[in-house]
Write a protein that binds this ligand. Structure first.
Ligand SMILES: *Cc1c(COP(=O)(O)O)cnc(C)c1O
Length: 426
């Protein structure tokens, strides 16, 4: 057995407090094991995971097929850098392009890197294909977006906590209201290279735009020769009941696209669940006429496209197809929102539930800077379910998509019980 003494949660948290940068404020639970929809803490308490690592673990924790692919590839070859070819990358690129219906892919590691890559691609395309004068390219983004944490990406943010004292910022970014087509039309001029948008704003509190928003945005972008860039790092890979939340024209392996608006982003950004939470993998997909502006030396990453990432991501995407996760997310999501509406009718202070598929949130009748959502998440934890507030009054509910109906019912009971108890105390 291990010579290291068994660690307790309090010690683990104290170590992080003492030696770690305090750039997060976690719920006080120390996890040491995960399987499917469950995680366990150091004391052996079992919880339903209702965050799924911000939708990275759509396929469930430690999925045997994905972990198997990791182990198998890890024993053969892990990293070559792109100075040489490796035997997994080409296969992976072909697999990804066919899976999502794009010509080309540029592999990266984290979501933020993929967003950066898409911005660089759009600017270069703007100068070389659209004819924007040197140094004048603009990217349009939406207020309350979340695209990551690099300097350029936070330059597009209007969240003071994310931006304060990190300037100077990257110029060439215009911010407009989300879900406002007129604002997009107004913001576009001949120097705009791209419109970068989340199909649903996850971090902002699961804001679902109007059904026709993306379709109309696509039409305006097309008319003005502006690239539509969809950041599907959180919404992609079956989370919202479709392979992609912008899905409409892609080669959806489950044929769930009919009836949805016909939207096909010019540039698609993926991350998180593309590896099932097993390894950092991200990707930028685009048509050939866009991606071809990137030439050797223009962009890169030591780990991007490494054979371990390729093997893991292929297995993770196979799982999505084999287990019908988009269909499952859609069915479970409909049931979840229905049940939540019933619970809301019983409480006096839960305002609404919103979302798509298994990306949902409840909004509580309190202010954005209140601690109510946090207190409810603490109570949910005591009752065996882990969720995290996105704001003081909003709780996101995003379990792994491999959940069964019976498990979902149990979770709904936990949420109901917690909310009603909380009401009594309040
Ligand atoms: C999480 C997220 C990112 C950033 O991904 P990281 O891997 O954390 O860098 C970008 N865009 C969206 C929509 C996200 O949810």
């Amino acid at each position: 057995m291990s010579v290291v003494e068994k660690q307790h949660s309090a010690e683990a948290m104290a170590l992080e407090a003492r030696f770690g940068a305090q750039n997060y404020h976690p719920l006080p639970v120390v996890l040491s094991k995960g399987e499917g929809v469950f995680v366990w803490d150091l004391e052996g308490n079992k919880y339903y995971d209702f965050l799924s690592a911000y939708s990275a673990v759509n396929q469930g924790h430690c999925h045997p097929k994905i972990v198997g692919a990791l182990k198998e590839q890890a024993e053969k070859l892990t990293l070559t850098s792109r100075a040489f070819y490796n035997d997994q990358l080409g296969r992976y690129e072909q697999y990804l392009c066919n899976y999502f219906g794009y010509d080309k892919v540029l592999p990266m590691n984290t979501g933020a890197e993929a967003v950066e890559t898409a911005i660089k691609l759009a600017r270069k395309w703007g100068y070389e294909k659209k004819g924007i004068p040197a140094g004048k390219a603009k990217i349009i983004v939406c207020q309350n977006n979340f695209h990551g944490r690099t300097i350029t990406i936070i330059s597009a943010s209007n969240d003071p906590v994310a931006t304060e004292n990190f300037g100077p910022f990257t110029p060439g970014i215009i911010s407009i209201r989300y879900n406002d087509i007129a604002a997009l039309e107004e913001a576009i001029d001949e120097n705009v290279a791209a419109f970068l948008v989340e199909p649903i704003q996850g971090e902002a509190g699961v804001y679902v735009p109007d059904d026709t928003y993306l379709e109309e945005a696509q039409a305006i972008c097309k008319k003005n020769n502006v690239l539509l860039i969809a950041d599907e790092v959180q919404t992609g890979i079956a989370r919202t009941g479709r392979l992609l939340a912008s899905c409409g024209n892609c080669s959806c392996p489950e044929g769930l696209c009919s009836g949805t608006p016909q939207v096909k982003p010019d540039v698609l950004i993926l991350g998180k669940a593309i590896s099932g939470g097993v390894f950092p993998v991200s990707a930028v997909l685009a048509r050939e006429d866009i991606m071809e502006v990137i030439r050797p030396g223009n962009h890169g990453s030591t780990f991007g496209g490494n054979p371990l990432a390729c093997a893991v991501a292929m297995a993770a995407l196979e799982v999505v197809r084999e287990e019908g996760l988009a269909r499952r997310a859609e069915a479970l999501g409909n049931r979840f929102r229905q049940r939540m509406k019933e619970i809301i009718a019983e409480t006096h202070w839960v305002r609404l539930v919103r979302g798509k598929g298994l990306l949902n949130a409840i909004v509580i009748d309190d202010t954005e800077d209140s601690s109510t959502a946090w207190e409810i998440c603490m109570a949910l934890k005591e009752n065996g379910l882990l969720a995290k507030p996105t704001h003081g009054n909003i709780i996101r509910f995003a379990p792994p998509l491999v959940m069964t109906e019976a498990q979902l019912e149990e979770c709904i009971s936990i949420i109901r019980k917690t909310l009603l108890e909380f009401q009594k105390e309040a």
